[in-house]
Write a protein that binds this ligand. Structure first.
Ligand code: SF4
Length: 344
């Protein structure tokens, strides 16, 4: 007889690790599914580092997760389709630009779609009732379960003991006595369990989703506000995570690299924009995006002057270049106050 098989949706955080540990007590086959939506800090870092091979990094990540969970892990990348969700979430955003309800529905739907191909009978997650304000309230959890088509075949082992019995338990696929009754925001029980199990290396509870970050969300909102009718791309989202961002006016914004790696990324993805950097001096690469006139180009050059080794000088030579059009402007570094007024 075929053994019951479950797919565990895992983020890599402690709750999902513990959910897998609980399910290992059951006599069923397990497979972990890790979904990348493109907005976790790791993926942002990988994608903004032009010296990294993304495919290889993801393969290494899969191997690391499989090793730490002790079960096979499948990683799928839905970053492209997630752009639509983050641009226009049906259930809105949380405190920042985090569309958690739509995000969960998309992850759970993906898991359901993969079930038959992977020979799975149900899905489980590391969700805890009442832990997150937007997506882990009882009513919302029910909505996500229903919208993703997982009604009756979704188990939350950390909280199942205080939730209604699922079909999964009724059919005897899992034993209810092994399931926990954790609820709320305190993580004491999870920490104690981790200590008992000798689990010491796990990511911070927030999970590292950059859409919950206030600064990133402000930049993303600025992008939406100034790009009506334009489709957000993966490159846009990564560029928003890199460098310092300033808006010169409604049509023009600039991005300033903070180190060599960011300068390299900006030069690569903004190769069709104006770039400015101090001539013959160490300093930042400045990309200028939008429809601009000479005065904005000069302001961008003055930003490049400020972020160079000559920021105290009165006249700094700055190279401005777009494709094959290149010249040198001599400008004064922009003042700190003026720069602060433009900061996004
Ligand atoms: S925090 Fe980010 S990854 Fe987590 S559910 Fe919300 S949008 Fe999705």
């Amino acid at each position: 007889m075929k053994k019951i098989k479950a797919i565990g949706l895992v983020s890599g955080g402690l709750d999902s690790i513990l959910a897998v540990e609980i399910m290992k007590e059951q006599d069923i086959d397990l497979l972990a599914l890790h979904i990348i939506n493109g907005f976790d800090q790791d993926t942002m870092r990988i994608r903004s580092n032009i010296s990294l091979d993304e495919k290889k990094v993801f393969l290494d990540k899969k191997a690391d997760m499989s090793k730490s969970l002790g079960i096979d892990v499948k990683i799928i990348d839905i970053s492209e389709e997630f752009l639509e969700i983050v641009s226009s979430p049906g259930y809105g955003y949380g405190k920042n630009c985090n569309p958690c309800i739509d995000c969960k529905i998309s992850f759970f739907t993906k898991a359901r779609e993969l079930m038959s191909g992977l020979g799975a009978d149900f899905v489980f997650t590391g969700e805890v009732l009442g832990q997150r304000p937007m997506s882990q309230r009882k009513q919302t959890m029910d909505l996500i379960e229903q919208k993703s088509g997982l009604k009756g075949i979704l188990l939350r082992p950390l909280s199942a003991g205080i939730m209604a019995e699922t079909e999964i338990e009724k059919k005897g696929w899992v034993k209810r006595e092994f399931l926990l009754d954790i609820q709320g925001r305190s993580r004491k029980r999870q920490m104690a369990m981790a200590a008992d199990l000798g689990i010491i290396d796990y990511p911070a509870p927030a999970g590292g989703c950059i859409l919950t970050d206030e600064n990133y969300s402000r930049r993303l909102k600025d992008w939406f506000n100034h790009n009506a009718g334009k489709r957000l791309t993966l490159e846009d989202t990564v560029l928003l995570s890199v460098g310092r961002h300033f808006r010169l006016n409604d049509d023009v914004k600039i991005v300033v690299g903070r180190d060599e790696s960011e300068n390299g990324y900006i030069e690569k993805v903004c190769e069709e924009d104006w770039l400015a950097f101090a001539a013959e001096l160490p300093g930042a690469t400045v990309a200028v995006q939008g429809e601009l006139e000479e005065k904005e180009l000069k302001r961008a050059a003055s930003v490049a002057a400020r972020y160079s080794d000559a920021k105290e000088a009165s006249g700094v030579e700055v190279i401005v270049r777009r494709m094959h059009d290149e010249r040198i402007l001599t400008v004064s570094p922009i003042s700190g106050d003026e720069l602060d007024r433009c900061r996004i």
